[in-house]
Design a protein around this ligand. Structure first.
Ligand SMILES: NC(=O)c1ccc[n+]([C@@H]2O[C@H](COP(=O)([O-])OP(=O)(O)OC[C@H]3O[C@@H](n4cnc5c(N)ncnc54)[C@H](O)[C@@H]3O)[C@@H](O)[C@H]2O)c1
Length: 364
């Protein structure tokens, strides 16, 4: 019989369930332990999945010391990602770390270095990478049909969508909206174009909704951003305009755009509350005529490779398990996402300093 992949869970809060559901449904995976700094929480979590024999601990260090594992999911809050990830990698364990990669760029660089030193996978949990339309549109952009891409802009945004709990506590989340959904936006815009190196950023972050009791019941303790906008200069003369919101008086911050010298793609994001689907358009010019095309999915929805899976969360976990079995490569490598983290870090610093800042990525 095939040897099962032995997996542990670090941090047993909300998102850990979106890891456990797929892990426990895969026949080739065994959950062998978990930890959480809140006493009793990891035990309760494992019991909920009927894993009474799997041991529970109160720190990542105890978990990796006492349990032999092939991989771990790091589902702790953002400011604990680096510490938990490095503890696992130094023990020779592959890591799937939730997004955002970390809080600071220095932490992200430490994580990549630890992964390289241990020769173990560091993959970051951006499940929209497995979305069918997203993959198809990435492929169109990567085909070169847009020519030289010189401008990228992120759109979408939430009208009312401030979360609660650790998401709005700076000590735990580091960032607010930026770390919750902003990092997804950055990945969506930049993965498609191969993550050009970010050079400088000029950003503004605000908290007008989170701090207003009219819009947010815990306004007195809210201490993170709920909106941010940035101009990022990137290598190769690529300009990136970033925008994201947890709350605003609009149903959108505009469209997502990739503009090239030969063509452009526009993504008009759907608005959930109006049940409006997202729509991708491709624009080009043939013999001086404007051609505007809707990009329609043409293949049945089965984007996840050899293992049939139900959704992007399951695909993310399947991708990690398969990578552990082959000792890599990481499906969503830390080496790539460090550029995403560098932009988040730059936006945070620039908005605090109220000026443009240089983005310096530490040697990894
Ligand atoms: N991929 C997604 O769609 C998605 C969705 C929600 C959250 N997340 C990410 O998942 C992470 C956790 O979010 P959540 O909503 O589950 O938060 P949560 O607060 O519900 O859970 C985090 C858990 O980690 C524990 N923890 C904190 N530090 C720890 C440490 N050093 N060692 C062990 N346990 C530790 C906390 O006690 C808590 O139980 C965040 O980084 C968040 O951005 C991702």
């Amino acid at each position: 019989m095939e040897k099962k992949v032995r997996i542990g869970i670090i941090g047993t809060g909300g998102i850990a369930n979106a890891h456990m559901r797929p892990y426990t449904s895969f026949e080739d995976v065994e959950i062998v332990g978990a930890c959480d700094i809140v006493p009793g929480k990891a035990r309760e979590f494992l019991d909920k999945y009927d894993l009474k024999d799997a041991p529970a601990f109160e720190s990542a260090a105890e978990l990796v010391k006492n349990v032999r594992m092939d991989g771990v999911s790091v589902c702790a809050y953002n400011t604990a990602h680096a510490e938990c990830t490095i503890t696992a990698l130094e023990a020779g364990i592959h890591v799937l770390c939730e997004k955002p990669m970390s809080f600071t760029i220095a932490e992200a660089a430490d994580m990549v270095r630890a992964s390289r030193k241990a020769k173990k996978i560091l993959s970051i949990g951006f499940q929209p990478r497995y979305d069918y339309m997203r993959q198809r549109v990435d492929a169109i952009i990567q085909s070169g049909v847009l020519g030289k891409i010189y401008y990228i802009q992120s759109g979408g945004g939430r009208r009312r969508g401030i979360p609660s709990g650790t998401f709005v506590d700076a000590a735990k989340a580091g960032y607010g909206c930026l770390g919750d959904i902003g990092c997804y936006t950055i990945d969506e815009c930049l993965h498609a174009v191969g993550y050009p190196k970010p050079l400088t950023v000029s950003a503004i972050a605000t908290d007008y909704f989170g701090k207003n009791p009219k819009y947010w019941p815990e306004a007195d303790t809210f201490n993170v951003d709920d909106f941010s906008v940035a101009l990022v200069r990137m290598e190769g003369d690529v300009t990136y305009i970033f925008k994201q919101s947890w709350a605003m008086h609009s149903d959108s911050l505009g469209d997502t755009l990739w503009l090239g010298t030969e063509g452009g793609i526009k993504l008009t994001k759907g608005v959930d509350e109006h049940n409006k689907p997202s729509r991708y358009m491709y624009y080009t010019d043939v013999n001086g005529m404007h051609i505007d095309s809707v990009i329609e999915p043409s293949i049945p929805f089965n984007a996840y490779g050899p293992h049939p899976v139900k959704n992007v969360f399951e695909a993310k976990i399947r991708g990690f398990v398969d990578a552990v079995k082959t000792n890599g490569p990481a499906p969503i490598p830390g080496e790539e996402i460090i550029y995403n983290q560098a932009i988040c870090d730059g936006i945070y610093r620039s908005s605090k300093l109220k000026r443009e800042v240089e983005i310096v990525i530490p040697a990894i």
